[in-house]
Design a protein around this ligand. Sequence first.
Ligand SMILES: C[S@@+](CC[C@H](N)C(=O)[O-])C[C@H]1O[C@@H](n2cnc3c(N)ncnc32)[C@H](O)[C@@H]1O
Length: 207
Amino acid sequence: MLTNDDKRFFDEEKSLHEEKYLAGTNPRQQSGFGRDERDWERFRRPVAAPVEKDGTFLDVGCANGLLMESVVCWAAERGHSIEPYGLDISEKLAEIARQRLPPWRDRIFIGNALLWEPPSTFDFVRTEMVYVPNRRRQEYLERLLERVVAPGGRLIVCSYGSSRPEGARAESLVEEIQDWGLPVDGIHDVVSAEHGFVITRVISVAR
Ligand SMILES: C[S@@+](CC[C@H](N)C(=O)[O-])C[C@H]1O[C@@H](n2cnc3c(N)ncnc32)[C@H](O)[C@@H]1O
């Protein structure tokens, strides 16, 4: 069930993402990332760190599907074969992903991750908590763990901060997730060599 405030939150977020990402002129910008390919790899590679076996990977908030492709490559470099899937709230962004990745067309779903009923479970499920209103974060993660992550799989929760000192910081996430009684089984960070703060935080929670 969504309240009127929830509906407003999702409508606004979807419009913001669509406006920004659809104006992108390269695949990274269409995934909400403003820097070059080298930095994409540097700041996003830890997402694949909790992938320690072959299996399925669902990117919740897949935008144009670039992270799905990247995780397949990064996991393969570590000897793991990944079958990627994606979910996005935006029909327009999901359509870009389907056009970019024709062999995976049928694996790119459209829906609001807070309410979505998956067709199956997935070994690895990546998301960010900023996709839902703050007061629904706990319910969101618990729902993903119970209904979307396969038994023996992992939920991968990311927070992406700026690499600039004046930019927004990545969230810690650890205390919040532990306070809900969920077992954090890994933390993978990208830390700014220059400034010492965390740029990318990736938390894994075992199911
Ligand atoms: C920052 S991009 C993430 C791109 C890529 N997965 C990554 O990690 O770099 C966020 C994407 O999440 C989608 N999104 C936001 N809230 C969502 C929700 N509640 N359910 C599904 N998708 C959502 C947006 O439409 C957008 O395409």
